[in-house]
Design a protein around this ligand. Structure first.
Ligand SMILES: [Zn+2]
Ligand SMILES: [Zn+2]
Length: 343
């Protein structure tokens, strides 16, 4: 069997005809297998959804209980049979509940990894490379210029600034699913024990992480704090709020932004970010290329991001590679991050 007979790119996303399912479909389908809760991968309106319990919970939190006709939870390592196709979920290390999906039939195994990172993250199950014939990889940071470095070093920069400017609030832009909670966990790991303040849009998902046993310390709503309390405090908000009216209530704020894109100075400047922090939930160049090697796959399909660089790398290292040209997967780190909750 050719790989394209098992899994083929369609307008709605990757489709497995034998199993009758799409992976991370971008339009409503009968049966969807969802890798993780980010809005470009997990959309509402499918007939049936198969995902990890955390991904299902996050979809419900974002879209309400009617987010799909029906939902089924899968555990990491568990294999399900859909029309003679074996489907197994493996941790992707991207955000809470994120999974790679291995699809196997007649001795051929394809792994669709969704978004992933191989770096340590105290807020989710670590990434695990899965041996396969065809590996489908994201390419958000698929150029050698992207090397994320140590997130602890970036958090140390933030805490130095907080110590230095004790009268100023530090407004830290972080995406509401995954990044905000990871940054809080990293700040706690660095020994910071003061309350951390949140924009209201971050509250629901952050409380959900806490309910799954992830320790994030004393968290408070920024809107319930008085001005004096916020002097010298760390306040997390969705990146879009950094430039909104909301940010003006804070005493002489220092604006920070945690994103892999902060490696690009021009981006930080464009957004008026005084303190860019390179913290990403996507693998960097070294992570992508090491993971490709670790899967042992002879063929690589590359999707959403810098496809060309990674395709070229595969060819130079003797692997078959193709860009998938799937439409509808933006990097959620650059897409609008609205939750409809009050600030
Ligand atoms: Zn994602
Ligand atoms: Zn993505």
């Amino acid at each position: 069997m050719r790989p394209e007979q098992l899994l083929s790119p369609t307008l709605a996303g990757l489709y497995c005809e034998a199993g009758g399912f799409h992976i991370d479909p971008t339009r409503p389908v009968d049966r969807a297998v969802i890798t993780h809760g980010h809005s470009d991968h997990a959309r509402p309106g499918h007939g049936r959804v198969l995902a990890t319990q955390e991904t299902l919970d996050l979809m419900q939190l974002r879209y309400g209980s009617g987010f799909a006709g029906s939902a089924q939870a899968a555990r990491y390592g568990e294999t399900l049979n859909l029309g003679g196709v074996a489907l197994t979920f493996h941790p992707a290390g991207h955000v809470l509940g994120s999974a790679q999906v291995a699809v196997a039939r007649e001795g051929l195994r394809i792994v669709a990894s969704g978004d992933y990172k191989d770096a340590a993250d105290p807020t989710c199950t670590p990434f695990e490379p899965v041996a396969c014939d065809v590996f489908i990889t994201e390419a958000t940071f698929g150029l050698p210029v992207f090397r994320h470095g140590s997130p602890d070093g970036e958090i140390a920069k933030l805490l130095r600034s907080v110590a230095l400017f004790g009268e100023r609030a530090h407004l830290l832009g972080a995406y509401s699913l995954g990044k905000a909670q990871r940054v809080i966990a990293l700040i706690r790991k660095a020994g910071y024990a003061q309350p951390i303040y949140l924009h209201g849009a971050l509250l629901g998902i952050t409380r959900y992480y806490q309910s799954r046993g992830i320790a994030l310390g004393d968290l408070r709503l920024a809107r319930e704090a008085d001005k004096a309390e916020l002097a010298g405090a760390i306040v997390l908000c969705p990146p879009s709020a950094l430039n909104e009216l909301w940010s003006r209530r804070f005493p002489d704020p220092v604006t920070a932004f945690a994103s892999g894109w902060m490696r690009v100075r021009a981006r930080a400047r464009q957004r008026g970010i005084a303190l860019p922090l390179v913290v990403s939930d996507h693998a960097d160049w070294d992570g992508l290329t090491a993971t490709i090697a670790a899967t042992g796959a002879g063929e690589i399909w590359v999707t959403h991001g810098q496809e060309d660089g990674l395709v070229r790398f595969c060819e130079l290292t003797g692997r078959k590679a193709r860009p998938l040209a799937l439409v509808g997967y933006g990097d959620e780190e650059e897409s609008a991050d609205t939750t409809g909750e009050p600030p």
